[in-house]
Design a protein. Structure first.
Length: 75
């Protein structure tokens, strides 16, 4: 699981930079994804969060979810 988290840290880092989240470190390899990252109100990035659905899905914990807070929809 740790290897998968490290592999997802680069896309997570790039997405967070794109929406305007500020970090204390400059390099993606030092980045540890937080479960919830919010931009200035427009987007929210969820990392390793369980998704509630209307039916039972065995593996319903995707790596990265991007939510548009203005439209109220997932991207």
């Amino acid at each position: 699981m740790k290897r998968n988290d490290k592999a997802c840290s680069l896309p997570h880092f790039n997405m967070c930079k794109e929406i305007g989240v500020e970090f204390s470190n400059e390099h993606w390899h030092d980045h540890i994804p937080k479960p919830v990252e919010k931009s200035q109100g427009k987007y929210t990035i969820l990392s390793n969060q369980q998704v509630q659905t209307d039916r039972n899905i065995p593996n319903n914990k995707p790596d990265i979810i991007i939510r548009d807070n203005v439209k109220g929809a997932l991207c």
